[in-house]
Design a protein around this ligand. Structure first.
Ligand SMILES: Nc1nc2c(ncn2[C@@H]2O[C@H](COP(=O)(O)OP(=O)(O)OP(=O)(O)O)[C@@H](O)[C@H]2O)c(=O)[nH]1
Ligand SMILES: [Mg+2]
Length: 453
């Protein structure tokens, strides 16, 4: 089946990433999306082919865990996904990226409709819905990665397949830039280096685009088209490239840009296409707590959102919960000790108790949610029914959609057939009809009326 789908820019990025990833064999299998080679752009129109078994719940957003070695990325990953990726106090414990399922929380809409939900994926606990996202644990990044140092370009390719980044920073300052053990290292250096490294990578590719434009100049191409083509792996289109150029007060004349103007442009494009949140990890240590105060007060870092995290604490709580020693819902700022525990274990849990009270949880859930909801501005939308006829059970699904997703895009998200036959939508809270181009709100409950149900 072939469909011409009108995409929002966020959707387009998502699909564009899918196209890039068809090079990876498991991708097509997992997401059941078949993309054509002759992907065509006309503004933000994109032609894609959706497999007949297209399953929207399998198409989840990808959050990438990035940072230098030994900051706790794998510990965070394991705590969030309950996986068993090796962790260690030595650099490059992780070499290949691991992908797991994590969750972001949102209030379930079912209680408002006096229903009990039956989630097809994820879970619902006491009215809190856990919506799946993919979490990617990538290898540690060291200075010079864009020139191939450490695990180099492979790392950069892996992180390019994510929609948003969680930069895990060792706030305790006990690891140097290479991830080796030290004391008194300033976490600011880590924050700066990651941004610089990404920017250098972007700049390399931007410079290639400028060179290509210079070579092709006589061909009468628009500069933004040539640059966007070169930068296409980052999921940016010509109109956005032009917008960023103009936003910086530059003329669209690439060959005349000074080196620092090229650097600013690379940085702006990176910020736009690789949004990130900082997970200030190892906050269970006194050194990290001291650094937290000074860094979050530093105006240099006003552009970033920081979340205090103890990946250790989250992992300990999940383990204790599995063993029946405590009752803990991920993300909560409290838990209950239920088992009869040995003194040492009880003391450890009490320490964690005071940590989660002080920092409003272990921060693992919060960092993921900051990435999904604050930085990426996603919204959770529930397919509903206005007639009360829930064919597959009430509130089975909850989908994460881009901030600007419309009712019609939601229909296409459900299935290309439903999108093709879109008539109108119904807001199930007040039974009002909703038109195709209405932008949906976070936690909307929407029924799609389509000729192809
Ligand atoms: N105190 C404390 N230590 C932590 C925390 N999270 C991780 N660590 C420790 O930090 C070290 C590195 O953890 P990893 O999870 O292997 O780090 P990584 O970032 O995946 O490292 P690479 O795979 O080498 O890039 C281990 O000794 C962990 O036990 C935390 O929240 N608090
Ligand atoms: Mg690791």
């Amino acid at each position: 089946m072939r469909a011409s789908v009108r995409c929002s820019s966020q959707f387009e990025r998502h699909y564009r990433n899918l196209v890039l990833q068809t090079k990876i064999p498991t991708y097509t299998e997992r997401d059941q999306i078949v993309t054509t080679d002759n992907l065509t752009h006309t503004g933000i129109e994109l032609e894609i082919r959706i497999g007949t078994h297209a399953n929207p719940s399998a198409m989840s957003y990808r959050i990438g865990l990035v940072g230098k070695p030994s900051v706790g990325k794998s510990t965070f990953f394991n705590a969030a996904t309950m996986n068993d990726v090796p962790e260690g106090a030595y650099p490059f414990t992780t070499i290949d990226p691991s992908i797991g399922e994590a969750y972001v929380r949102t209030d379930c809409a079912a209680p408002e409709f006096e229903k009990t939900c039956q989630p097809s994926v994820g879970a619902c606990e006491d009215g809190t819905r856990f919506v799946p996202v993919k979490l990617v644990d990538v290898a540690g990044l060291v200075p010079g990665a864009h020139e191939g140092k450490g695990l180099g370009n492979q790392f950069l390719t892996d992180l390019n397949e994510t929609d948003v980044l969680v930069h895990v920073v060792d706030f305790s300052g006990t690891t140097d830039l290479e991830g080796e053990s030290t004391e008194g290292h300033d976490p600011r250096k880590d924050i700066d280096f990651l941004e610089d490294e990404l920017d250098a990578w972007y700049l390399d590719i931007l410079e290639k685009g400028i060179q290509r434009y210079a070579d092709r100049h006589m061909a009468d191409d628009d500069p933004e088209d040539v640059l966007a083509e070169q930068l296409s792996a980052f999921g940016i289109i010509a109109a956005e490239v032009k917008q960023v150029i103009l936003g910086l007060g530059l003329e669209v004349t690439p060959m005349e840009w000074e080196p620092e103007e090229r650097e600013s442009l690379a940085r702006e494009i990176r910020k736009r296409t690789k949004p990130m949140v900082v997970a200030a990890n190892k906050m269970d240590t006194p050194e990290a707590q001291e650094n937290w105060e000074s860094i979050t007060d530093d105006p240099e870092y006003d552009h970033l959102e920081f979340v205090p995290v103890s990946a250790h604490a989250e992992k300990a709580l999940k383990n204790a919960n599995e063993q029946g020693a405590i009752e803990y819902t991920p993300g909560d700022a409290e838990f209950e000790i239920v088992g009869d525990l040995p003194e040492e274990k009880a003391a450890g849990l009490e320490q964690i108790q005071s940590f989660v009270e002080r920092y409003d949880g272990t921060g693992v859930q919060r960092a993921l949610e900051a990435a999904a909801f604050d930085v990426l501005d996603l919204k959770a939308v529930f397919p509903g029914t206005d007639s009360g006829n829930w064919t597959n059970g009430p509130f089975r699904d909850c989908f994460l959609l881009p901030a600007d997703a419309t009712a019609e895009e939601f229909a296409y998200h459900l299935h290309s057939d439903i999108g093709d036959g879109f008539l109108h939508a119904i807001d199930c809270r007040d039974s009002r009809q909703v038109s195709a181009d209405t932008v949906l709100e976070h936690r909307d409950v929407v029924e799609i009326i389509s000729t192809n149900q």
